[in-house]
Design a protein around this ligand. Structure first.
Ligand code: HEM
Length: 356
């Protein structure tokens, strides 16, 4: 046992209960994060083009961006809550090693949020170079945050790498020695941009009050980005898989039946969405991408479990049930979910989204 791993806290309910909530909320964070990154990238691309329709598209996408940032952060915080309960002793130790980058996420996010609002409110008064700067800033920040999180989520899986602390105690350790880091990050980013493209195409479909040329451009560009980048993300996914240790790779090749079936179904779904994306079946892609994200998040969790297997067993965790506290938590959670659903409904009506 690695002596650097802190003792886990006492659990107020079974570990599986919190893991279920993590597995429910993380894919939602991922979907919103994808919509946010993809929308920002397509806004930046539209702005670089010398075309009035594209400028109109950039202006419309700018209106959505602050909402997407807010929902991504909120769902990220919810996932964080359950991650720190389920894997706190690994997550916090890894985070301390890279504390400078971790804390930097807060000011970076504030800057990105501010830039997104500035772009939304002042877009029509900005000259082009300034507008380009103001939209590329959040894009670069989002990519940097994603990279920080990929480091964070892999450093927590590798207690042997924590020994780096004895050489670098200033909170700037990154997980460069971890072979799957870069393919993993590329898989997230290309997949994220792809799903973001699908989100932009969906916006073109549902915002019927928009100029028809802008709606058509949103759908055309969104679906092209979705189809091409889903293909690239599948390739990056294979690179990620190939970079994993052999015993983990074998989990998806029959050693773990559930993981193998989920992997196979995920691959079939991925191929179907590429084909459907090529023929611009926006709604079909949207309906298939949601379960696909849940399947891929499950596979990511299989990898996490395999990495932590030498150090961690949920069975050995101390549980002292606190029914009252858990009941209060569930009531607050339900109230929170109802509030978020209400906010989403309000946001959709403010943006003029109507039923397909
Ligand atoms: C707004 C910009 C953000 C981006 C671009 C982003 C992106 C990502 C990415 C790419 C991952 C997966 C990393 C990996 O496994 O390799 C991730 C995971 C995660 N993010 Fe975010 N994120 C953002 C904001 C946040 C915020 C503000 C929080 C909460 C404070 C958050 C909480 C989490 C958590 C807890 C996970 C891991 C969940 C798990 O391992 O089950 N994220 N994020």
């Amino acid at each position: 046992m690695n002596s650097l791993i802190p003792t886990p806290d006492i659990f107020p309910a079974s570990w599986e209960f919190f893991r279920f909530l993590l597995m429910l909320l993380f894919p939602l964070h991922l979907i919103l994060m994808n919509a946010m990154v993809g929308t920002t990238a397509i806004t930046a691309y539209a702005l670089l083009r010398k075309d009035e329709t594209m400028r109109g598209l950039a202006c419309e996408l700018a209106r959505v961006l602050p909402f997407l940032i807010a929902f991504t952060v909120n769902l990220g915080v919810a996932a964080l809550l359950f991650l720190q309960v389920t894997y706190g002793q690994f997550f916090y130790a890894g985070s301390v090693l890279m504390g400078v980058y971790w804390i930097a996420v807060v000011p970076l996010l504030l800057l990105a949020y501010y830039a997104a609002y500035l772009f939304d409110f002042k877009f029509s008064n900005m000259n082009k170079p300034l507008a380009i700067f103001v939209i590329f800033l959040p894009l670069i920040i989002f990519l940097a945050i994603a990279f920080i999180y990929s480091n964070n989520m892999t450093l927590m899986l590798d207690p042997e790498a924590w020994r780096a602390y004895f050489g670098t105690q200033n909170g700037t350790v990154l997980h460069w020695g971890h072979t799957p880091l870069i393919p993993r990050f590329l898989h997230f980013i290309t997949g994220g941009l792809a799903v973001g493209g699908l989100f932009v195409a969906l916006l073109g479909r549902v915002r019927k009050k928009l100029d028809p040329a802008v709606r058509a451009a949103a759908e055309r560009i969104g679906m092209r980005v979705f189809t091409i980048l889903t293909g690239v993300s599948i390739l990056a996914g294979f690179l990620f898989l190939a970079a994993l240790p052999r015993q983990m790779l074998l989990l998806f090749m029959g050693r773990d039946i559930i993981a193998t079936v989920v992997f196979a179904v995920g691959m079939i779904l991925a191929v179907i969405v590429v084909v459907a994306g090529g023929s611009r079946k926006v709604w079909l892609c949207a309906w298939l991408v949601v379960p696909l994200m849940f399947f891929m998040s499950y596979l990511r969790d299989v990898v996490r479990t395999a990495y932590l297997q030498p150090y961690f067993s949920p069975v050995a965790l101390p549980v002292v049930p606190q029914f009252g506290a858990i009941a209060m938590f569930l009531i607050a959670l339900l109230a929170g979910l109802v509030t978020v659903a209400w906010m989403m409904w309000k946001a959709a009506s403010a943006l003029g989204v109507t039923k397909p």
